[in-house]
Ligand binder design. Structure first.
Ligand SMILES: Cc1cc2nc3c(=O)[nH]c(=O)nc-3n(C[C@H](O)[C@H](O)[C@H](O)COP(=O)(O)O)c2cc1C
Length: 284
């Protein structure tokens, strides 16, 4: 089990010592054009998580390739580049311009941009034609049947899945108005964990693809639960805002979490949580 960061939750150039604790660093999603993102306020706290409406703020493809990527390479950490866009060609063009990185993560699931993207499978197919690099498809759990989307992107050529992105939500301020300028945003943090575990479990059963599990992971026990549901690797997101040392801590907690669960190693926990729902193979 490797520990990555969740896209958008760590600026490796600003905090290189945090990035070096990771087994691989995943960039913020890169879009063809630079994006300022949404107007502030674009972050709000909720009882069991955090709401954000950053809106894919990023320097754009050209500046990323010319300036950010060379500096990220100097970190000496394996790199994953998160790719976004508004149609299949946007994604494919960026994929075709990338080389010498460990993987590409296709962000097929950002709740904070309005433009409708082409279907997930269409985007993955276009990217598959554009690159031979390892392609992970990052999916949302907002779809009523995430296993169906997982199957579709697997057929289209994805090598792995990243699950899950934030879920659309609203938080209100003291005067009962939306706390975020945009109105709604993406919910992350502990509230997501049970939803993410389900998405990982059914997607693993549907595809057998390697999965990076994420959504509210804060401890070694949380990480182990994702592995038990079928994740090969895990990513830390919101927890990094309050505990930048979380990767080292989670790794250190794994032995105790394994002992408590009665398994020798995280690998021995793999798919222990196989659920009757996935065994029935019929909708509940
Ligand atoms: C502030 C913030 C920015 C994010 N930006 C991105 C992004 O650019 N691309 C992406 O695929 N996911 C993005 N995400 C989603 C995370 O990568 C992750 O899927 C989600 O937060 C669930 O994990 P967590 O509960 O551990 O944070 C962002 C999340 C947060 C909180």
């Amino acid at each position: 089990m490797r520990i990555l960061n969740a896209s958008g939750c760590l600026d490796a150039l600003a905090a290189p010592e945090v990035a070096r604790q990771l087994d691989a660093f995943v960039t913020k999603t890169v879009t063809p054009e630079p994006r300022e993102g949404n107007a502030p306020p674009r972050i709000a706290e909720t009882a069991h998580g955090m709401l954000n409406a950053i809106g894919l703020a990023n320097p754009g493809r050209e500046r990323f390739l010319d300036d950010h990527l060379p500096r990220l390479r100097e970190l000496g950490v394996p790199l994953w580049v998160s790719v976004g866009g508004f149609c299949a060609d946007d994604y494919a063009e960026t994929c075709s311009r990338l080389d010498d990185i460990e993987a590409i993560e296709l962000n097929l699931s950002c709740p904070n941009v309005d433009e409708a993207a082409d279907s997930a499978a269409e985007i993955v197919s276009a990217c598959r034609r554009a690159t031979e690099l390892t392609l992970y498809a990052k999916l949302s759990a907002a779809h009523p049947d995430v296993a169906e989307v997982a199957r579709a992107v697997a057929t289209a050529g994805a090598d792995g899945l990243s699950l899950i992105n934030t879920l659309r939500a609203i938080a209100l301020d003291r005067h009962l108005r939306p706390a975020l300028a945009r109105g709604s945003g993406g919910l992350s943090g502990p509230a997501l964990k049970p939803i993410a575990l389900h998405a990982v479990s059914v997607s693993h059963e549907a595809t057998g693809l390697p999965i990076v599990g994420m959504g509210g992971i804060e401890s070694g026990r949380d990480a182990l639960e994702f592995v038990a549901c079928g994740a090969r690797d895990i990513a830390l997101g919101t927890v990094l805002f309050t505990d930048p040392g979380a990767a080292g801590r989670v790794r250190a907690e794994l032995d105790a979490a394994c002992a408590e669960a009665g398994v020798a190693s995280p690998e021995d926990a793999a798919t222990l949580a196989k659920s009757p729902e996935t065994e029935r193979k019929v909708p509940a």
